[in-house]
Design a protein around this ligand. Structure first.
Ligand SMILES: [Zn+2]
Length: 418
């Protein structure tokens, strides 16, 4: 077999395998302690920018197959060109930067042919992402030492390796430069077979006030802090002059602060989605949020990212989604009678004797409706309770200062666990 045939076969095999796998991306943070290491990393991004701009202006070098042979490029310095060596980019990295650029150029051309107005590609002032294809060559993770080895750059300690499960295939990554540091986004592929711990179904009521309620009586609150610093920076920013140095400086700090909050939010979302992965069947109701509280509450819901949790659950867990028309909130779980409750009623008391938190009642109704099951049978099966094993899983996964977990029982009382 020739080399080309071998590559073709490997690509075919990968494609076949991917059909039964699902992708997941994990964010790792590089621990860059010394100035020397920081300079080194910044230099890679500068070289990548040089290469990008060089290819943009030199059509003759615009070929991914020969991009690995580029060892120096022309860089515009004021009004003339100077030659700069490329030393920190490996062959695959160079080839990938060039193919990305070619893809962009082709994309723009096609858009133009289709009659769309397009701009032209401009030289970059900053390039903040570097593609690392071919795991094992351009980069390699060392799980026992919490390290990543990046080709031509050496070893770095990383935070977040624990998120990556054992039984997955590690694929490409992207090295990123962000306001608060350097990151590695690692793409992995996992077999589609669900690895659930329990055959018990779980239903989720995505409520208001950053709260999620589960059918086993557990509620999860997010308390993403209102950043005083953010408010102060926003005020400061509005007072600066356009194009001033000070404005740029504050903008940078603002971005850093936004990112901090967004990281907290994402971490909370990851934890909840990770938790739901432990169940065989996940049920929720479609757009139950809308009818209840538009306007004032709408903003808070968006802020905690509950919408993102929903869409991620729907993309990765194949949940059962009930129609928004099912009256889950206004019906007694036990006797199915219609209840007249308002938004301020947290605990629901029915004439039949059933007393429960409003959102727990809603979550239980989802199970009752989906399985068309007698409520007493659901209680007897223990589906409305938390088992000790579940608690252990919850304690491990939801361990965050921004998440509060409480448990509610049939009497309507609640206990806070964290
Ligand atoms: Zn009732």
């Amino acid at each position: 077999m020739t080399k080309a045939e071998k590559i073709k076969e490997t690509l075919f095999e990968t494609k076949q395998r991917r059909q039964n796998q699902k992708p997941a991306t994990y964010q790792l943070k590089l621990q860059v302690k010394t100035k020397k290491r920081k300079t080194l990393l910044n230099k890679v991004f500068t070289e990548a920018k040089w290469l990008y701009n060089h290819i943009l202006f030199n059509e003759i070098d615009r070929n991914p197959n020969t991009a690995n042979k580029i060892f120096e490029v022309n860089v515009k310095v004021k009004d003339h060109l100077e030659t700069r060596p490329i030393t920190l980019l490996g062959s695959q990295v160079k080839q990938e930067i060039v193919s990305r650029l070619i893809d962009n150029i082709i994309g723009l051309k096609e858009a133009r042919i289709n009659g769309n107005k397009t701009g032209t590609l401009k030289p970059k002032r900053y390039l903040n992402s570097i593609p690392l294809k071919q795991y094992g060559v351009t980069y390699k993770l060392d799980f026992s030492k919490n390290r990543v080895h990046i080709q031509k750059l050496g070893n770095f300690r990383v935070l977040g390796l624990r998120q990556i499960p054992d039984n997955c295939e590690i694929a490409s990554a992207v090295l990123l430069r962000k306001p608060n540091g350097f990151y590695l986004h690692v793409t992995t592929y996992q077999d589609k077979v669900r690895v659930s711990d329990t055959t018990k179904p779980i239903s989720v009521d995505f409520g208001i006030e950053n709260k999620i309620f589960l059918s086993n009586g557990v509620s999860i609150d997010f308390e993403i802090p209102e950043s005083q610093r953010l408010k102060r920076l926003q005020r400061k920013f509005s007072r600066t002059k356009k194009h001033s140095k000070n404005r740029e400086k504050i903008l940078w700090s603002l971005r850093k602060e936004y990112q901090k909050l967004s990281n907290i939010r994402k971490d909370c979302q990851n934890r909840v989605v990770g938790l739901l992965k432990h169940y065989d069947t996940v049920i929720y109701q479609n757009d139950a949020i809308k009818g209840w509280h538009e306007g004032f509450f709408g903003r808070q819901v968006q802020h905690s990212g509950i919408g993102s949790i929903k869409s991620r659950v729907s993309a990765t867990l194949e949940p059962i989604v009930l129609s928004a028309k099912e009256p889950t909130t206004r019906e007694c779980f036990m006797c199915s009678s219609k209840l007249d409750i308002s938004l301020s009623d947290r605990i629901l008391i029915c004439n039949c004797g059933w007393k429960a938190h409003r959102d727990w009642n809603a979550a239980l109704n989802m199970i009752k409706k989906e399985f068309d099951m007698d409520p007493n049978h659901i209680l007897r099966l223990g589906w409305a309770e938390v088992t000790p094993v579940e608690w252990m899983t919850y304690a491990r996964i939801l361990d965050s200062p921004y998440i509060r977990v409480s448990h509610h029982d049939e009497a309507g009382s609640s206990r806070i666990y964290s």
